[in-house]
Structure formats: C-alpha cells, structure tokens
Design a binder for this molecule. Sequence first.
Ligand code: HEM
Length: 506
Amino acid sequence: MVSGLQWWFSSMCTAFCITFFSFTLLFSLFSLLIFFLRLKVGCNCEICQAYLTSSWTKEFHNLCDWFTHLLQQSATGTIHIHVLGNTITANPENVEHILKTRFENYPKGKPFAAILGDLLGKGIFNVDGDSWEFQRKMASLELGSTSIRRHAFDIVNSEIQSRLLPLLSSVSREQRVLDLQDVFRRFSFDNICKFSFGLDPGCLELSLPVSELAEAFDLASKLSAQRALASSPLIWKLKRALNLGTEKQLKQAIKMVDALAQETINQRREKGFSDSDDLLSRFMGTINDDKYLRDIVVSFLLAGRDTVASGLTSFFWLLSQHPEVESAIRDELERVIEGSSDDRRQQFATFDQLRDMHYLHAALYESLRLFPPIQFDSKFAFEDDILPDSTFVRKGTRVTYHPYAMGRMERVWGPDCLEYKPDRWLKNGRYVPESLFKYPVFQAGKRVCLGKEMAIGGDEMCGSGHNQPVQYPGSQSESSTEVRSWSYRQRPRWLTSSSSRKWEDS
Ligand code: HEM
C-alpha cells in the first residue's frame, strides 16, 4: 500500500515536472518567435538590418562606438533604431528639450522601473513623480551642505592615506601587477558605504578581502541588468514567479543586501543616529519606514560606486598616455601647496586648496568627456512629441541621449574632439564650465546627478596625489576601455611627498 502510494506520488511529480518545463520551454519559444516576427515585420532599413544581423560587429567593437559613428553621420545628430523603438540623440538642443524643457514628458518610465524594481525598490534612482520629488528635495538639502562635503572629503582622504597608498606602496615594492580598475572599485565601494551607511566594508585592505556585501551587490546589479536582455519581459517575470535560474540567484543576492541593510538600520537605531554624519542617519531623522530607508541607501550605493571607479580608471589611464598633462597637474599642485600659508607638512591639497586647482579640474572634466561612466541614458515618452531638430517621438517609445557619442561629435566639440586636451576648459588659466546639455555626463536639468561635486572632489583628491611613473602592460593599441591594469615601475614618490619637498622628474 505504502509503495503504491510512493509510486503514485513520484509519477505525479514526474508528470508535473514534464508539464511545467514543457510549458516554460514552449512559452519562451513562443515569446522569441513573436519577438523575431515583430522585428522582421517592423523594419528593413539599413540600420535595423545591421542591428538584427549584427553585421555592425565587423567594423566596431561595441554598440556605443557604432551608434557614435551613426550619430556623427546623421545630419541632425539623431538616429532611430526602429526595431528597438529607440530614438538616440547627440544633439545638445534635443538633450535640453528632453531633460529640462519638456522634463514631464520624459520620465524614466515603467519598463526600467520594473527591471530594477526588486533591487532598488522605490529609491530615488528608480522612481518618477511625487516619490522622486520628495527624495530629491531631501537629498538635495543633505548633499548640498558644506558640512557633508567636508565629511565626504574626510572619508576619501582617510581611505587614500590608510588604504590606497599602503596598497600601492606594497605592490610597487614587490613589483607586482595590479588591476587598477578593481582597486578603484574597492576604493569607491568603501567610500560610498562609509558615506551612505557609516559602515566600512574594508574592501581595500592590503589582503584585498572579499566583501559579502560587495559580492551580493555586484551579482544583484548584474542580474537585474540582464533582465533587460530578455526577448520579452514576460520571460524574466515568469522565471521570477517560479523562482528559477538567474531569478532565483537574484532573489538570494537581494536578500543578502536587504539583510545587511536591515542590520545597519537596526544598529543605527540602537546606537542613536542624531550625532552621526552618514546619509542614512540624516534620512532617519525624517523617515521611519525601514524599507524606504533601505531603498534610498541602495540607490546611493548604485549611484556612487561604479561611476566613480570607472571615472578614476579612465582618468589615470589617460594620464599615463599624456605625461604632459601629468606634469602640468604636478606643477599646479606644487604651486597650490607651496603658496599656502599653512606650513604644516602636507601630503595632499586640502579641501579648500583643491578648489584652486583649475588645471586638475579641467583634466578630470576632459577625461569624463571622452569616457563618461554612464555612456547613455534612456527615458520613455509620455505623449507624442517633436524634438527641436524636428524628429518625431511617438508616445511610449524610448528616447536616449548619448554622452559618449556627444564627446566625439565635431559639431559639438570642434575638429579636435577626439583629443585629450584639458586646455579646452580653461580661459586665462581658470576653469570655465560648459553647458551641461552639451556635456550631460552627470545628466542635466531637473535630475542632474546629486553627487557631482562629491564625485569630482574625490577624484581630484586621487588625481592630486598622482605623481608616479606608471607602465601599462597594454599599450595604446588596445581598446581604451579594455586596458585595466598597470604596474608601478618604482615606488610612487607621492607616498613620501610633503609641502617642503619638490616633485622629482621621472
Ligand atoms: C563620476 C561619478 C558620477 C557620475 C558620472 C554620475 C552620473 C550620474 C548620471 C548620468 C545620473 C542620471 C542617471 C539616471 O537618471 O538614470 C546620476 C544620478 C544620480 N547620481 Fe550620480 N554620478 C556620479 C557619482 C555620484 C555619486 C558619488 C553620488 C552619491 C554620493 C551620486 C548620486 C546620484 C543620485 C542620487 C542620482 C539620482 C538623481 C535623481 O534621479 O534625481 N552620483 N548620476
């Protein structure tokens, strides 16, 4: 009787599994079929066919470079990828229209909110309307104050002195090769966690430890982004409902992020938050809902980690290719530090001295022009619209502005647009800002990046310490975005620098 029951039960399980997997497979195939049918029926134009057949890969390494080429060729600086329902523009007037003039017509939209919703929840990065406005107001108040900028400066300063420098010193002593991008990711993760939660994951300790939070956060970001690659959102939604494959992994990774965030919130409540400077403590003064607090803080982690790491990596790579820029930064640093009335021994420019480093500022802005950490950004049109260059935008379709392509447009930056020339930002030795609609590296208009000043300040602190010869295993022949490691030929001299000491020539 018992074995009969077991047999019945196992047959039912087998039947259920077969039905379930057949259904999932058929459903996926059906979605793919619909997707391809729609694409084929949708458009036969040259660009769409090159996209569908991937023939663009014969000439270009990545989509960004191909889109840049198409945008350079376009008379209006705007192109359409019909099969993706995407209008892409590198025209500053269009950018101003989308990000400022008709801001209300170009929200982030539901498709992206759904894709990132499980990780970011209702955090500022992922919402539109009232919820965005509320967080924006609060965050602007908090981040706009000089006190929090000084606090951020102190965090970065301490991370550089107690971790980054000892690490570089040890690597250079042992003549090891270092993956600088990995170092900067650890550096920015430590900084943004300390800044957001008041929590130190210690990723940049000498042993380069694995951080559970960093790993869970990486995995969750990667898997969330992968959702966008599914041929139809129904596929990942179904997988999520059934807790299968990558969706199961994503759920576990988010659970880990949630647990760590909750633990931090609890600790803050126990210890009291009124005396702490971190962002979470500041928000806790006004918000009681733990889930909301978690969402806000996770959005900041996403906003301030890879952007900063990517910006620093490209900056240092460009400096290694342009020794004349590196020595101009050194000269400026020397002038600023030596001109200071403060006669204490200094390793770095102070918070106030950094503001006088116009050339460094220009060198950093110029590096972000060529290698913006966020290469493109999309919105969804709420209603039909016409852009200033007469491009028609249909309701519900995607509109993308492309900072990476804009940095490479002759009509925006002149015939030398592909060259790394900090001087283009200087007038009589002083930094002169450009319109953010021409340079939407930090977005522009109402949703302009809230961490811009802090990111620039942090990068400049690193840049103001850059004073050592570097040698790349990869050379200029490698794709600029792929070269990610270098080795120090000798001990970085900035480790022992002081205000009374002159930089040596390499
Ligand atoms: C070089 C470094 C950085 C770059 C290039 C950068 C760029 C950007 C861009 C392009 C956006 C718009 C994204 C979108 O709406 O989809 C943005 C938004 C934002 N950024 Fe940054 N960011 C950087 C660093 C930071 C840092 C360090 C913080 C935090 C301390 C931060 C906080 C934010 C926030 C809160 C938003 C959302 C603003 C809103 O939606 O109203 N960013 N950033």
